[in-house]
Design a binder for this molecule. Sequence first.
Ligand code: ADP
Ligand code: MG
Length: 461
Amino acid sequence: MENAAREIWNNCLMTIQNNISEQSFHTWIKPIKALKIHGSVLTIQVPSEFFKKWLQDNYYAILLAALRAILGNEASYQFEIVASEEFDRLEIPEQLPTKISSKTIKPNYIVEDAIDDDTHPINDRYTFENYVEGSSNQFAKAAAIAVAESPGKTSFNPLVIYGGVGLGKTHLIQAIGNFSVEKGIAKNVMYVSSERFTMNFINSIQRNKTTEFSELYRNVDLLLVDDIQFFSNKERTQEEFFHTFNTLHQNGKQIVLSSDRPPKDITGIEERLLSRFQWGLVADIQPPDLETRIAILQKKAELSEVELDKDVVQLIAYNVTSNIRELEGALVKLLAHASLRSRDINLLLAKEVLKDVISQKQRNITIDDILKIVANYYHIPEDFLKAKTRKKEVALARQIAMYMSKQHTKHSLKTIGLHFGGRDHSTVIHAINSIEENMKQDKVLSNDLGEINKKINLSSI
Ligand code: ADP
Ligand code: MG
């Protein structure tokens, strides 16, 4: 029971970590211990009444959501207070860090602006090795490696990496830091989110420590600032960052920034700063394609030391398309269920556990989905299926796609014809008849149909 509780909690941690700041995570979440699981009630141990109250007031929704994502909507927590010596020694910091001193920068060690020396928000799994490459992120990754190998010495200064939420920005910029620290290339490396930078700056004003603040950030070899879009409308912070930027840049130090959109589209940022963001290289990360999603899942499975069937990987990869964090979330959830219920990880379990993730598509498998799947299967550009081409492979693929559209959607022959470059309904009838006729003798065709069917079914579960 204890093991199961720990297992569930570990899985919750991954979700929680993605939803709160690193500092809060270290202060409020890390000290929690999972004790037991009874039904869907997870008992967690916290070090004081105060701690419990703080959790309930501030993080309960996040904690609950993480647990419910794994155990369903009935799940809840029970608290057990066990005063721990360890905790007695732990100072509860104010929400804003109070101490800003250069002491927090340790050579060969990445720190944000750590409250105590052991807490730092760098994830050592965020390495280039663990960063799966695909066409969606190849360029950004190559640029990141170049910068990590010679910080400040390429023309990519600053390097700005932008992309949507959960697509790997933080992973990639931390990989730069991890790499150059590990290889001893850069001595003082600092990772900070723009929000943290802002908080610390405000704090330093309140405490008359702006000089220390400036020194802290201007004395690094490599500065990684995550999510710069949050500098928006913070004028004084922008001013401070402007000077930090200039000092570092002039001294040949490397600056790496991430943003959720291209710098030029960030509003509420001063022009002089925006233009600096574009001095070096701006590289984007796009949502991963299917192959990359599959490769990422395999990588994550490998890191968690589990083996996954190909069809399970495909099921997830086909259905979770929005971003990599959700892709990972789906996998975590599956692993948690399997281990909790001591079940094998197979397609059946995956479909059951992930039904809410994958059911969204059930209603809306479209002719366009089918076009995509068939085109992909035959490595034909999708447009060809709609075009006039009469080339044999294209014509066959087109007929298959029409046939599948009739099988898998409720659309009329007329509508189906329209989706295929405005063809007549009689053409669709002809296609369906021809496929039905041929699949009886043609083994290759019938095999292809089976495979395509599978893909369509998977994408519509
Ligand atoms: P962002 O900062 O863009 O919101 P993150 O860097 O936090 O995204 O990535 C979300 C999750 O997805 C992280 O756990 C990260 O390790 C993982 N991830 C993102 N891109 C990749 C990739 N190319 N290969 C492996 N894991 C990735
Ligand atoms: Mg991020």
